[in-house]
Write a protein that binds this ligand. Structure first.
Ligand code: FES
Length: 215
């Protein structure tokens, strides 16, 4: 009686260690390639979420009144302004957390010259005015890897404690590993209350790719 195991059981043959290693490598390579292609597709989709204007694409969030007042009476020194960010998620109950932005009084012409990363980008400007009522509002999140930076009065610059990126008062990139200047946020005033749209942009890339915004 034949005792031939080369039938269906041949598929169970794990092969030599070299063959196993090659198969594992090919499987991993396929997964990695799939991930890269997926990411390539995902970025334009995420980018397409960019609000068309501050008013049209994202919800407005009120800034702290005292901080807004301080900014209005400031000279050219950046002012940190607090606000309460409402976090909405389809799967979780709504909650809120304290947040802040940086505001600075700017001269529009000087600002435009200092910020080619906003006004001279290939894909077009950010789709909202980066300066409104003579003020620019910056996200407090470092465009390098997302740390919170601070304004150093004596140095006259924003300094990021994580990897040493430095930005001028107008948010222009001066030094360090960040790929772009500080990210401007939409600003408007409604019945005396200043409001912003909170946008998070992707880190470590020169372009502003929207990751999320208040909606
Ligand atoms: S996160 Fe700011 S320099 Fe790296």
């Amino acid at each position: 009686m034949s005792n031939d195991h080369r039938g269906p059981s041949a598929y169970d043959d794990p092969g030599t260690p070299e063959e196993v290693t090659r198969r594992t490598f090919m499987a991993n390579a396929t997964l990695t390639l799939g991930g890269i292609i997926g990411l390539g597709l995902a970025i334009p989709i995420v980018g397409s979420l960019l609000p068309k204007t501050g008013a049209g694409g994202g919800a407005w969030t009120a800034l702290d009144a005292a901080g807004w007042k301080e900014l209005q009476s400031s000279t050219d020194k950046p002012v940190k302004i607090d606000f309460v960010l409402k976090n909405k998620d389809a799967y979780l109950p709504e909650d809120s957390s304290p947040e802040s932005v940086w505001g600075v009084k700017v001269d529009v012409e000087k600002f435009k010259k200092l910020r080619p990363d906003i006004y001279e980008v290939k894909g077009g400007d950010v789709p909202y005015p980066a300066v409104n009522m003579g003020f620019a509002i910056f996200s407090p999140i470092c465009p390098h890897l997302g740390c919170r930076f601070n304004y150093d009065d004596s140095a006259g610059k924003f300094l990021c404690p994580c990897h040493g990126s430095q930005f001028g008062p107008e948010g222009d990139h001066l030094a360090g590993p960040a790929d772009r200047g500080l990210d401007p946020l939409p600003l408007r005033e409604q019945s005396g209350t200043a409001e912003i749209t909170w946008i998070r942009y992707a880190p470590t890339v020169p372009d502003r790719i929207v990751v999320s915004y208040t909606s």
